[in-house]
Design a protein around this ligand. Structure first.
Ligand code: DGL
Length: 281
């Protein structure tokens, strides 16, 4: 029995379109509902409890909209909330961290892997935990680079500043720490993957989670008998901030025209901070 209910996908903003695009390519019969939580962008510098609260609100919203599965197309939200979402929602939830970690381990010879992501992703150690759970002998080095997210977001991916940040990251991982694989652990970084590859010059493999997440989504749908056969699938874009900003960002970053609709998604729980978060802010 085909299941033509949509797949829900969400991110803090426009970056998750890197994941959505690979889902559309791999699963062309699936309808999708994409939520960009623009009002709370960026997630990277926020406390993990706050990101978790937003992810749960969006997860519940998508579930009410009748999606059959949810893809958390954001590394920071996956790091902060995947477990909670899996425990609280009835539909299967897929994150980007594990597929990226699996892909990196497949590609790595020496088992020395660098991860670059937002502050929140790095602080959570989500990639380090996922990699070590899959292969306890792996060595993981991590770097946060929120500035590179900002530059890509503002359409300055080709700027000198972005190039010099990428050179610094690759130099640190490859020359100083002997990494043979670098995970781009942020939705925005596939947009600068060619620059990472050019700077690495074959000394390290650059892995991004977008395509491996689409592959995992396909496996989950196959496995659970949820595959759609829709000849004319629909794709909805919903944002919690200004819809024209999203449309402009999608045009700037992806060269795509996307019609977005503004919606409100309310939190339902107060933010509870852990003792550590109270100390570190
Ligand atoms: N989507 C976020 C991620 O993949 C990057 C942007 C943000 O900080 O919200 O981590």
């Amino acid at each position: 029995m085909p299941d033509n209910r949509p797949v829900g996908v969400f991110d803090s903003g426009v970056g998750g379109l890197t994941v959505l695009r690979t889902i559309h390519d791999r699963l062309p019969r699936e309808s999708t509902i994409y939520v960009g939580d623009l009002r709370y962008f960026p997630y990277g510098p926020r406390r993990s409890e706050e990101v978790r609260r937003r992810a749960c609100a969006i997860g519940r919203y998508l579930e009410h909209r009748g999606v059959k599965t949810i893809v958390v197309a954001c590394n920071t939200a996956t790091s902060a909330a995947l477990d909670t979402l899996g425990q609280t929602l009835a539909v299967p939830v897929i994150g980007v961290v594990r597929p990226g970690a699996e892909e990196a381990l497949r590609r790595s010879d020496r088992g020395i892997i660098g991860v670059v992501g937002t502050e929140g992703t790095v602080r959570s150690q989500a990639y380090a935990h996922a990699l070590r759970a899959l292969d306890p002998s792996v060595t993981v080095h991590q770097r946060a680079c929120g500035r590179l997210v900002d530059l890509v977001e503002m359409g300055a991916a080709g700027s000198e500043e972005a190039s010099s940040l990428i050179e610094g990251i690759v130099h640190d991982f490859v020359e100083d720490r002997r990494c043979d694989t670098i995970i781009l652990g942020c939705t925005h970084f596939p947009l600068v993957k060619p620059v990472f590859e050019a700077v690495a010059g074959g000394r390290a493999t650059i892995v991004d989670s977008a395509s491996s997440t689409a592959h995992t989504t396909q496996s989950v749908l196959d496995h659970l008998g949820l595959v759609a056969t829709d000849e004319t699938p629909s794709h909805q874009f919903l944002v919690t901030g200004a819809a024209d900003t999203f449309t402009e960002q999608a045009r700037l970053l992806f060269g795509e025209h996307v019609d977005a609709t503004e919606i409100a998604i309310q939190d339902q729980e107060p933010v509870a901070m852990s003792a550590q978060e109270l100390l570190t802010g």
